[in-house]
Design a protein around this ligand. Structure first.
Ligand SMILES: [Fe+2]
Length: 311
């Protein structure tokens, strides 16, 4: 990978670093499959100077003082390990980055679009996604994020599900992502979904015997993959360092999440709740019933963050 620091243009208008088109795919295919099933597409960011190791290092340094903008761990990981199971590490994140070839590290920079150039690139990507899907994501998404993953050779990213739907763009290196159908209730059970939406980000349990049901995509520079909400996935990196960007969207509509939350508590009380989609009445009651507790919990969380920030 090039480590040369690109010379930034003196004015934005001098050189346009935003490509004319970021994503290349048949529009109808994109619209038909978006947030329904995974698919691959091409992107034009792999050689972009915003993503050299020097630029990423600067972004990392600027992100470190900001709370919750960087996550990392290092060491050998298994597919079925929990996020919280961090293998021992006796070095800093700076060292993990500097020696990324040998530290078995996984470094995540959240909100990478704080870099104005990355911001412009991903805004362009968002505009194209909106245009292709007809979904006004800038209004309908509760949040949208740009995340950069920097990963050591052969490192595994554990099996998990996300609450966002995303596009994962490979910038450097080669890795394989295995994605399962989010609607396969043997792969991803109702209780796992209920726990995920209520209490445990790591609730999805990897079932080795069902690995054959995954679709595997090989990501190389210039390739991207779409991951629908809750589609279980895990990744394995190739021989080189991997750099990828995740552009994701979390929908505003909390209805389904609230049904899963209600079902979580009903199951805790010994009942076998109806999964969402079986009864319109049940779904409505559960969705409405959870609205207040969820709002209160959110408020309490925000207050806690505020107090922490002042402390
Ligand atoms: Fe993920």
């Amino acid at each position: 990978m090039s480590t040369a620091t690109p010379v930034a243009p003196s004015t934005a208008s001098e050189i346009s670093l935003v490509p004319e088109q970021l994503y290349s795919i048949e529009r109808a295919k994109f619209a038909e499959n978006f947030n329904r099933r995974p698919f691959m597409l091409d992107h034009s960011l792999s050689g972009h100077p915003a993503f050299t190791m020097d630029r990423l290092h600067t972004l990392l340094e600027r992100s470190l003082p900001i709370p919750n903008k960087v996550y990392w761990n290092a060491g050998k990981k298994r597919i079925d390990q929990r996020w919280s199971d961090r293998p021992g590490r006796d070095f800093s994140i700076e060292e993990a980055f500097r020696r990324i070839r040998e530290t078995d590290a996984w470094i995540i920079i959240f909100g990478a679009d704080r870099d104005p150039e990355i911001h412009d690139l991903l805004e362009k990507g968002l505009a194209e996604v909106q245009e292709m899907t007809g979904i006004p994501l800038s209004k309908e998404a509760k949040s949208r994020q740009s995340i950069i993953f920097i990963t050591s050779p052969h490192r595994i990213t554990e099996y998990h599900i996300d609450k966002e739907c995303s596009l994962l763009l490979q910038i450097h290196g080669k890795k394989t992502i295995h994605i399962f159908d989010q609607n396969d209730r043997e792969v991803l059970t109702e209780p796992e979904l209920e726990r995920f939406w209520t209490v445990d980000n790591n609730a999805a349990i990897y079932k080795k015997e069902l690995q054959g049901r995954a679709t595997s995509f090989v990501l190389e520079p210039g390739k991207a993959v779409h991951i629908p909400i809750n589609a279980p996935h895990w990744l394995e990196n190739g021989d080189d360092i991997s750099v990828s960007i995740n552009q994701n969207f979390e929908y505003k509509n909390d209805k389904l999440a609230n049904i899963y939350r209600a079902n979580y508590y009903l199951r805790k009380m010994g009942m076998t709740p109806l999964p969402p989609g079986r009864s319109r009445l049940h779904d409505r009651l559960k969705g409405q019933g959870m609205r207040l507790p969820v709002a209160l919990a959110r408020e309490a969380r925000e207050l806690k963050e505020k107090v922490k920030g002042q402390g």
